[in-house]
Design a protein around this ligand. Structure first.
Ligand SMILES: C[S@@+](CC[C@H](N)C(=O)[O-])C[C@H]1O[C@@H](n2cnc3c(N)ncnc32)[C@H](O)[C@@H]1O
Length: 291
């Protein structure tokens, strides 16, 4: 009965146009749980809004996100491996890479998530899987700018292309670590223009330049195409703080890293990704210029 009522209220509160339920009291409301405590009762707080198939529960999402191979690759690629490292993760979403990093034996993980539902899901996951991580709720760029901490690794998977100021984000990350892991979509005019469903999201009249002083990079405006973004994001959502984000070109991304002294760059993957180009890399500051 609760399931049916939940679905009905979600239909009523539905996000117009996106086909996904809106985040609102229809999705998350105070209720008493009558079953005995279990991993499943925790997962069911966010019933029907998990993307990932969670460990230790019968029902959750359907997509196999746990056992993320990007973390395995990084464990083999990061100089000295992941064991014993202090890690700052930005944008954990449902925490599957956080758990993966923890299983690699890192010394600490501080993970920053700006979406309230995703942050709470991560707390739920922590109790479902009983692992050690500190989740913080807020903007990852603000955190990197303000934290006095220095980390062995900044892990920023799936977040750069959701930002308004991607180059500032990279600069802030480079100031707080000698090693950065990135997985991101990037702008490639030829690939994107060949895929109209991807190209329709780009808004050239809003493109901007990043001013690096003696150089500049073009940034390409992209919209999620959700009207009234702040109040209409769906309950299950992996986007960023604003409707318009700025994508960068691969060469600009690599150049910005190299100018920051991160000239030891291992590329894990570089693909066209169904019209959404993807690069996955680990960049390290040369030992000679480390602080
Ligand atoms: C596409 S998901 C990436 C999930 C996972 N890291 C991965 O690579 O599969 C992006 C996540 O970053 C979060 N996010 C977006 N902008 C952020 C910001 N400025 N600060 C912190 N988290 C952010 C989103 O809410 C979402 O959970």
């Amino acid at each position: 009965m609760r399931k049916i009522l939940g679905r009905l209220s979600r239909l009523i509160m539905g996000t117009k146009g996106s086909g996904l339920p809106a985040s609102g009291e229809g999705i998350l409301r105070a209720r008493y749980e009558t079953r005995t405590p279990s991993a499943q009762t925790i997962a069911d707080i966010f019933e029907d809004t998990w993307k990932s198939r969670l460990p230790n529960v019968e029902t959750s999402g359907t997509v196999e996100m746990f056992g993320d191979r990007r973390v395995d690759w990084l464990a083999k690629t990061l100089p000295g491996g992941l064991t014993g490292k202090s890690v700052c993760e930005i944008g954990p979403f449902e925490g599957y890479q956080t758990l993966g990093l923890s299983q690699q034996g890192v010394a600490s993980i501080t993970s920053i998530e700006a979406n309230s539902f995703n942050f709470l899901k991560c707390l739920c996951l922590k109790e479902i899987c009983k692992f050690d991580a500190t989740f913080e709720f807020g903007d990852g760029l603000g955190f990197l700018r303000e934290t006095p901490q220095h980390f062995d690794l900044i892990f920023a998977s799936g977040v750069l292309y959701h930002l308004q100021t991607p180059f500032e984000f990279l600069s802030a990350a480079m100031a707080k670590s000698d090693h950065i892991y990135l997985w991101t979509h990037y702008y490639d005019a030829d690939v994107i223009s060949a895929h109209p469903t991807v190209a329709q999201h780009f808004v050239p009249k809003l493109d901007q330049d990043f001013d690096g002083g003696d150089h500049s990079y073009k940034m390409f405006a992209r919209s999620y195409m959700i009207r009234n973004y702040q109040t209409s994001i769906p309950a299950y959502w992996e986007g960023g703080l604003q409707d318009i984000t700025f994508w960068v070109e691969k060469e600009a991304l690599l150049d910005h890293l190299r100018r920051g002294g991160f000239d030891n760059i291992h590329i894990h993957a570089d693909t066209a990704g169904k019209g959404m180009p993807i690069i996955s890399l680990c960049a390290s500051r040369s030992a000679s210029v480390r602080t």
